[in-house]
Design a protein around this ligand. Sequence first.
Ligand SMILES: [Zn+2]
Length: 292
Amino acid sequence: MSKKRCVGSAKALRPLLRKTLAKTLQIPSSRRVKEIAKIAEQAVQIHSPRDVVVDPFQVADALELPVLPGEYQGAFDGLLEWRNGRFYMYYDTRLGGPDQPRVRFTIAHEIGHWYLDEHRECFEAGVDPHKSFTGFTSRNPVEREADTFASYLLVPPHRLREFAFRREPDVKLILGIAERFNVSRTAAAVRYVQANYCGCAVIRMGRDGSRVWSWTSDTLADWVYRTVRDDLPEGVEFARRFERACAGSDPVEGRLVPAETWYRYAGEKLDLYEELIPIGRYGVLVFLSTTE
Ligand SMILES: [Zn+2]
């Protein structure tokens, strides 16, 4: 990995770095996702070449990044701080123990801030400690980049392929990925859709029914152009299904819907299989897949 270093006074560089960050760190484009994926995969090859379940604490240790758990009462999930010439990492113990998917993802996210040159340089130039809200819960582009890094670090492409390629694209598979790689349902669904093994999509809805974000696989995008609707599908049937998903933890059984139920522009006669995956206080994932 190239290690660009800051030159000149840190103070003088701050406005420039802020400007650069604002310009370059938009919601990750597919090109940027590929760049980040490559960096994460290199990290896996160096620090965890043989493990199915990558241990982000082990990676942090190898990078000599101290990880300091503590009771931060929800002020942040994780935090990366540059102090006295070195980095420190913190995470909130309310997220659980070190084996919990949320904690693992948070540590992997902070490692992402360290690994991605633009992020690390910004910290080193003396911007404020960075409070992270991880797990694809933030709309902040910087956070989304670190989330992308974390998802590729914990679910490396070649290991995902060994497990999921050519398998039936359904909720059972998404839950299987979550279990296999010890990641959240959200991280599992996002990584599966990014892998583009088939036409599929994941849409995260808040508990209030608002759309938070969506990923559409390249194959499905050929039909629907990533034009996900902002509003929920009409009709009492979806409302009931959504309510059930919000109330429990078991996925709600699938139904076949026309693609235009979820997309403003859809290829003719395209049907999608719609399944709902509860994600607790974060809302519901809508998993869509094309039918054979
Ligand atoms: Zn962050």
